[in-house]
Design a protein around this ligand. Sequence first.
Ligand SMILES: NC(=O)C1=CN([C@@H]2O[C@H](COP(=O)(O)OP(=O)(O)OC[C@H]3O[C@@H](n4cnc5c(N)ncnc54)[C@H](OP(=O)(O)O)[C@@H]3O)[C@@H](O)[C@H]2O)C=CC1
Ligand SMILES: O=C1O[C@H](COP(=O)(O)O)[C@@H](O)[C@H](O)[C@H]1O
Length: 514
Amino acid sequence: MTTYLFYIPRYPRRYVFCYIIPMSRSSPLELGLSVKKEAPPCTLVIFGITGNLARIKLVPALYALYVKGFLPETRIVGFARRPWDDATLKRTMEEALKGQTLYREDRAASFLTTMTYHQATFDDPEGYRTLASRLLPGGEVIFYLATPPQNYPEIIEGLGEAGLSSFEGKPVRLVIEKPFGRDLESAGELNRLIRRWFGEEQIFRIDHYLGKETVQNLLSFRFGNGIFEPVLNNRYVDHIQITVAEKIGVEGRANYYEQAGALRDMVQNHLLQILALTMMEPPLRFEAEAIRDEKVKVLRALAPPQPREVVRAQYTAGVLDGAFVPGYREEPGVDPSSTTETFVALRTEVRTWRWTGVPVYLRTGKRLARKVSEVSIHFRRVPHTFFWEAPLEPGENVLVVRIQPDEGMSLRVNVKRPGYRMDLRPAWLEFDYERSFAEDLPEAYERLLLDALIGDAVLYTRADEVEASWSFVDEVRRGWEEAGVPIHEYAPGSAGPREARYLLSREGRRWRIL
Ligand SMILES: NC(=O)C1=CN([C@@H]2O[C@H](COP(=O)(O)OP(=O)(O)OC[C@H]3O[C@@H](n4cnc5c(N)ncnc54)[C@H](OP(=O)(O)O)[C@@H]3O)[C@@H](O)[C@H]2O)C=CC1
Ligand SMILES: O=C1O[C@H](COP(=O)(O)O)[C@@H](O)[C@H](O)[C@H]1O
């Protein structure tokens, strides 16, 4: 694909726009198929088909793949315990598809012919024996565990004991949803149980952030351009910020969230994966093992923060977008004296030759001012300035990777302000997906499911990565428990508690505005 650049100075004022315009526009189908081998026929068994995740994410993503022509000959078997039949399953899923932009009655009807329902409980060996007769002969088999995590062990045992770790002599694949454990010990236990029946190459641990186009772009921009990599190190980078902020609250998931909190729910997986992709060394090849080898080195090099470098907080009741919202402790199912954090900010460092000395600040929380996920790399200022006429010192250069929304990248540079003085002002070089590409960004689950179907594990996490992340998270928790790190409060619609501001301001830095 040929690309060219042009820019429109002074539109809007103070901004320099720099669009990347694809000269030839391929259809999503051509683009995808040119880089992927076609998936073989397969049976996809979704454990927990009647659940929320299957309805709101998995089935719509499979439907999108189907409409775009990516779904191979697939039989989808839904496994759950409620007394549904095929017709109930199809009716329910049809309702779930009606909100999709790609929905069309005829296409949906044709897609739904691929689905059947298998009623059994996860602890019933008979359920697994009868499942075997539903698998498409001669095809691949994928088991997707979209169930509460407490069910994983019995499903893994059930499959193993029924001889379903392989089918017709070929290893099956097992896709496992998050959370993968709740600490290092439980994650290790789960990995050991899995290894009794399955090889690591059969396991696809989901972190849906890796399915986001813009998270994958972290690799493309770093290793597909010559100009950034030489400056991404402790000689040129002052610090890095990673933010995943949400506007929503706990949304009826109190049962799970009370046991998790923001550190386990978001930092252990999404934020640490983003950090690893931002800071890893170039892999030997673009393939799963090589990339995971580099990610795990970063995760193992993470320095646990001191207790004073961690801020935890809960949202209070208040007004958000003109409507009253309850505080976390008043949410249905939450213990009124709960100390589970809905916000966490911390400072860490990756202790490697490249990155030692560069603080990395992470923050995530619910009920914040805006939904935004981004990485910002803040470069050191110029060592000496001779712009003596300028009222302001040249500001720092910042490279922002916008994961969502407004997906794209921005680079803050200092430019001369028009006039007779040598006056510097910041301006932004912008790239944004919407203006630059005709293609829509696929949903994360579309890409992840497609990769599971073709057996590509690049965007899935390996056992040692998950364990390294838990090891860091456990250290953070141990630190805050031993030191009695308090739980602060923040108002809905804010940027979090003021203590999070101090985390940076006492080092002369500031968070990017939410
Ligand atoms: N929901 C979401 O947005 C997200 C969910 N996840 C993860 O996905 C997984 C599933 O979440 P979610 O869909 O919300 O969960 P739900 O509680 O909505 O669904 C649970 C499913 O498991 C089935 N099930 C539970 N126990 C048994 C049993 N003993 N025998 C047979 N079937 C059983 C239920 O069947 P039945 O209805 O018949 O009882 C239902 O289909 C979790 O690990 C969650 O952390 C991850 C990211 C986002
Ligand atoms: O895994 C999770 O992610 C969502 C946020 O995902 P996003 O794609 O909307 O950014 C979060 O709301 C949820 O608590 C967590 O379990």
